[in-house]
Write a protein that binds this ligand. Sequence first.
Ligand code: PD2
Ligand code: ZN
Length: 286
Amino acid sequence: MSTSARQQITPELRRWIVEQAQAGHPAESVLRTMLASGWQEEVALDALETTLSGHLEQQARAQGLPPASAVPDAALAESPVTIDCGDCQVDVLQAMYNPRIVLFGNLLSAEECEQLIALARPRMARSLTVATRTGGEEVNDDRTSNGMFFQRGENALVQRIEARIGRLLNWPVENGEGLQVLQYRPGAEYKPHYDYFDPAEPGTPSILKRGGQRVGTLVMYLAEPAKGGGTTFPDIHLEVFPKRGHGVFFSYDRPHPSTRTLHGGAPVLAGEKWIATKWLRQGRFD
Ligand code: PD2
Ligand code: ZN
């Protein structure tokens, strides 16, 4: 075997990595120790990633959490300032790692925001929420916006925005629900909720037949209210202000409150807030 042959990740190495994590050593310092004792960087990174994620998943299962699934995400490992989405460069303004929340700028142009509103306006109706007890839809006092859904790929504008989102979040366009446009007048709000479907509700299995769970949400701001209307994340005390053309993305790898993705639309206090929401499923949504 040549000296550059790839080293093997042994069960002993995996055990040692788990012990280091349990002793509270951060992954970076475990990596430094491994490199100092002669492990190839590629092998050390692979061993750390697979061992720690496997260990975390085992622990989560032991606590009775539902299994984790893959989630959409922007490629932010190298901290890019912009992301090339094919037809435009989207700005990365802020990123949080746990929960995963990313704020984007220049996601939609002012013209695209206006066009979406103009196309949606004649089709607006009181928003419904999914009734997870039955799998149907219902009017809900927690959600007092007006809204409408575009079909996926319904027109050239929607197609262009969906392709952009697919590239931004590295997720198949086919896994997206239709773009939803929402209008919040003064007093309208969307009380805090999770976007995934509660596995304990009887209607959920039938909802999941079409595309599986929701695993990510992108809220795009089309028109700014003068006051109020922020997107709030109560578990982490975060409020995102509704700036036209910006978008806030968050993902949830299991349908469980441990994701800390409880979020809501705060009441609009003055003016009108318009958003477009893209909910992303695990699989193809037809
Ligand atoms: O309008 C919002 O900021 C908001 C808040 C919570 C939108 C959604 N959820 C959503 O569309 O899921
Ligand atoms: Zn939501």
